[in-house]
Design a protein around this ligand. Sequence first.
Ligand SMILES: *Cc1c(COP(=O)(O)O)cnc(C)c1O
Length: 373
Amino acid sequence: MKAPFLDLKAMHLELMDELQQASNRTMHSGWYILGKEVEAFEQEWATYLGVKHCIGVASGLDALHLILRAYNIGPGDEVIVPAHTFIATWLAVTHSGAKLVPVEVDERTYNIDITRIEEAITEKTKAIIVVHLYGQPANMDPIIGIARRYRLKVIEDAAQAHGAKYKGRRVGGIGDAAGWSFYPVKNLGAFGDGGAVTTNDDELAERIRMLRNYGSKEKYVHEFLGFNSRLDELQAALLRVKLRYLDAWNKRRAEIARLYTEVLQDMPLVLPYVEEWAEPVWHLYVIRTAERNVLQERLTEAGVGTLIHYPIPCHLQEAYRFLGFEQGSFPTTERLSKEILSLPIGPHLSDDEVWFVVNVLRFGKRLLREQGV
Ligand SMILES: *Cc1c(COP(=O)(O)O)cnc(C)c1O
């Protein structure tokens, strides 16, 4: 028996007929960039989220970057980001020219520590990017409260939270704007790169539409310096098929998470913490233990796929050496990077496979104790 970290192929086999129809339809349409499929997907994704506008772009990184550009956030400005996140959150700010101001994360939820946001604000601060990490919504109300007081934009990095709810509302329409990624392994994933911006702000939506398409609204008329960052027709057509299964697949992820949490309760592991107002979508099921490396080795040997999200904090990456952060700058983030482990989870993981993972965890742990590790 084996338990893959995520079986993408199984997801697509289930929908193969519909996916093939969608791709045939698009290939026969003779129109491949910014056409009916992208328009329809934008509408369907906005409706699903309960938000006014959706603009398809080329990736999650571009979505966040274009939001900052559209708000004219750049050199001389500061943007608050969580210390613990995927590097794209940080890169969006760096590429905008603004200064990164990382804030430590909460040790239980792994999302931005709301008690430390205010002390990071200066007169140069323009926005806070919150990340709904691992599919767990961030605590939006207090964050929006702070942002309103200091007149800051709240940008949601929703790349891991397709369908997640905060106090009954889907994330992605709660802040001023949200960036989405449809990278293949996300809860809603394309067959390549893709992304979107969602917002209730008419003006922002208009600017993003132009920014993604050479700064142009009318063909060959360019009002400002734009980019080429568009969601493909083909990806949009395939995403429309997969969107119809998102809720069912998220439900299955939640079942798996419930099972893990139930049966791992008595183990010396820190399990995911869920706030009472949160409806997470379990993009990842992340456990914590000081013996992470040994545990991961045992799981790998036994045929259980695991990953670490993420093994090196952004502030200690070579790419960010110029910021001058050192070991100890963000102790919680650094400890997480050494202790976290993502277990297999996905809509096609069977109960048997979940039990297999659990048994390997138990057996591995007992063995570790015997060896006095
Ligand atoms: C995947 C991801 C992104 C970036 O998405 P891409 O489509 O790969 O550019 C940004 N933020 C977070 C938290 C992500 O997980």
